[in-house]
Design a binder for this molecule. Structure first.
Ligand code: GUN
Length: 287
């Protein structure tokens, strides 16, 4: 039995991040240092780790980053006011509000308050619409990272059948659009889909983005398929695991991403890319 090739998101990230650092240095030499503002509301432990890693990655690659930590009790009005200040700040080229937000805050309202030209998450309706209509400005970082992994391993997308499991605004929906843009025939499955295996067994590419351990097992995968695991879950022992049962899938698939070390590092890498490109556009426009 041949084992699947393990997709190394750390190695692919390293190459892309080196390119980001070079371009960031070139822009800094022209007097524009790419700047990312990150807003964290409350003290959710997982969000705090993600945010710390985003800020650290900026610092390591020559981007400027400013972290705002706001209490869980912050009012929606105060949060919106802070976003409007950052919209006007010429040192800031990207604004990221870490999700989820506390329940008393309307996250749609917050996302729409970020200036579309600084929305490096690609969540603003203007950017979601631009992606939908084939003129993307910012591609959402996680699905964009998945596309970069497929590209790095020369995994064909055009004319292939891709199954996306999950329909979130952050991953599932933009993932389906990016695969469609690249010429795949796309099926989107979710919690209400009967007989998930029927769909996954027919797929050349499976992207699992649900948040459920062992959702995709080897018997659900077509031999030779590429299986991309976007899940971030905890095992009973408290270690990180994805949505894919790695051990059974690796015996069937052609390619599989590990968790950790697969999609995870790519999300931050593409955030750096989006922030850099936003700064390049601003510098070009003389903003
Ligand atoms: N929470 C989980 N993933 C993300 C992401 O990509 N961006 C933001 N802002 N929040 C998230």
């Amino acid at each position: 039995m041949t084992e699947a090739k393990i997709i190394d998101g750390i190695a692919v990230s390293k190459r892309l991040r080196e390119e980001v650092a070079t371009r960031a240095a070139a822009l800094t030499a022209k007097g524009v240092t790419p700047g990312l503002a990150v807003i964290l509301v409350g003290d959710d432990a997982a969000s705090a780790v993600y945010v710390r890693n985003k800020v650290k990655a900026c610092e390591q690659h020559g981007l400027f980053s400013a972290l705002d930590r706001l209490p869980a009790t912050v009012t929606e009005g105060d949060l919106l006011k802070r976003i409007r200040q950052l919209n006007e700040d010429p040192k800031i080229h990207g604004i990221l509000v870490q999700l989820p937000l506390p329940r008393h805050i309307d996250s749609h309202k917050v996302i729409e308050a970020v200036a579309a030209e600084k929305d490096v998450d690609g969540f603003h309706v203007a950017n979601a619409g631009a992606l939908m209509t084939g003129r993307p400005q910012f591609r959402p970082c996680t699905p964009y990272g998945v596309m970069k992994l497929l590209e790095a391993y020369d995994i064909p997308v055009s004319g292939k059948h891709a199954v996306v499991i999950g329909r979130s605004n952050i991953v599932g929906k933009p993932m389906a659009l990016l695969l469609l843009e690249a010429g795949a025939t796309v099926t989107v499955c979710h919690s209400k889909t009967p007989d998930l295996a029927h769909h996954t067994k027919a797929a050349d590419i499976v992207v699992a983005a649900v948040g459920k351990r062992n959702l995709v097992t080897g018997d659900m995968v077509k031999p030779g398929a590429a299986v991309i695991d976007v899940g971030m879950n905890k095992t009973d022992e408290g270690t990180l695991c994805g949505d894919v049962d790695f051990e059974s899938v690796r015996n069937v698939a052609g390619y599989v991403t590990p968790v950790p070390g697969g999609v995870g590092p790519m999300t931050i890498t593409l955030l750096l890319v989006n922030t850099l490109e936003s700064a390049e556009r601003a510098a070009h426009a003389g903003v």
